[in-house]
Design a binder for this molecule. Structure first.
Ligand SMILES: [Fe+2]
Length: 194
């Protein structure tokens, strides 16, 4: 039987009641990303970069995030564990630690399709898609991704400010516009809005 969105949600909810939920979630995502076509069948194809909410509750958020080619998202924290299961393209993660006046870089990790990245609740990271294809992943958080009060940092100055999802949406909109403008051969129906 084909994978359904409900199956994804119920498998994640089962992991949530395990003794070590984040590790159990990593196992669930390891299994899911092993069959990317089944995941795409359940979640739907990527038409443009953005965040699609699959499930959002106080204790669990499941998103499908597609980073537009050439896009980078500034440093931010989640204040809950996060498990990223890549199933298309690649995310380039950069990590940071708090430092006087802002942040200092603390390494990074490339996460190609098929890989799962587990982030602890104090992680600060930025994400870039340096490839010419969408970077597509399930992002699972052990809390309400949209409600938790948390910080982001400016890419240039590392100045801390409250997490601003409208600003993030603008990054997606700008990246999508650049991507479409640079690809005149692409199908544009439905993507161009007056
Ligand atoms: Fe993140």
């Amino acid at each position: 039987m084909a994978l359904a969105l409900d199956d994804i949600v119920s498998r994640c909810q089962e992991a949530l009641v395990e003794h070590t939920p984040a590790l159990a979630m990593r196992d669930v995502l390891d299994e899911l990303v092993a069959d990317p076509s089944a995941l795409e069948g359940a979640v739907g194809p990527v038409e443009r970069g953005g965040i699609s909410t699959i499930h959002n509750a106080d204790d669990l958020t499941i998103l499908r995030v597609a980073w537009t080619p050439g896009m980078a998202i500034n440093p931010h924290e989640h204040r809950t564990w996060a498990v990223i299961g890549m199933y298309g393209g690649q995310e380039d993660n950069a990590f940071y630690r708090r430092a006087a006046g802002g942040l200092e870089p603390a390494g990074g990790r490339e996460v190609p399709a098929g890989d799962v990245l587990l982030l602890g609740d104090d992680v600060i990271h930025s994400v870039a898609n340096s490839r010419r294809e969408f970077a597509v992943a399930l992002h699972v958080y052990g809390g309400d991704f949209f409600a938790i009060e948390r910080s982001e940092w400016d890419f240039g100055t590392y100045q801390e400010r409250p997490r601003d999802m409208a600003r993030t949406q603008q990054l997606f909109d700008d990246a999508n516009a650049r991507w479409l403008a640079g690809e005149p051969g692409r199908e544009l129906e439905g993507d161009r809005r007056g």
